[in-house]
Design a protein around this ligand. Sequence first.
Ligand SMILES: CC(C)(COP(=O)(O)OP(=O)(O)OC[C@H]1O[C@@H](n2cnc3c(N)ncnc32)[C@H](O)[C@@H]1OP(=O)(O)O)[C@@H](O)C(=O)NCCC(=O)NCCS
Length: 143
Amino acid sequence: MISRAGFGDLSDILRLEQVCFSDDAWSVLDVIWKLTSRSTIRCKAITEAGLCGFAAAEFDRDKANTGWIITLGVFPQYRNQGIGTALLRACESKLATPQMRLCVNTNNSDAIHLYQRAGYAEVGLWPGYYASGCDALVMEKNG
Ligand SMILES: CC(C)(COP(=O)(O)OP(=O)(O)OC[C@H]1O[C@@H](n2cnc3c(N)ncnc32)[C@H](O)[C@@H]1OP(=O)(O)O)[C@@H](O)C(=O)NCCC(=O)NCCS
């Protein structure tokens, strides 16, 4: 089930960030900010065992018709069941902008494949974007 995430999910989302992104994980302050900011859309996937995935999205600060997926992660034991795709779709439909964008580590073939399947295409590259020094692929979906 997908529902709205909030401050009560802080510890689960911090753990998810570490498991999913290690060196590039959001800090505690980043997560607190994203869980409390009024301009952030937050979706969590939950099972009987608790939170299994999380995604967040925001409007572009300069282009009101553009939304950004700012994070997406699913605990390893819950992957390949459609949860990542469901979280992505939930964020897209809550923002409801004609254009969506996101950035993804160029090494992350699993995520790139998921985004391509969801209709995103490569539109740019941000060299050295991640804390780890890796490049980010910018992807976009229209309509
Ligand atoms: C990327 C990530 C979010 C994908 O999450 P996920 O829940 O595994 O995503 P999905 O299940 O929707 O899709 C993954 C694959 O499972 C397949 N799948 C979906 N439902 C399925 C089902 N019921 N049975 C079998 N396979 C299924 C999909 O077709 C897809 O395979 P494909 O890419 O070969 O087409 C997850 O791997 C993750 O958290 N990675 C670490 C964090 C990360 O990299 N995030 C992205 C940052 S930009």
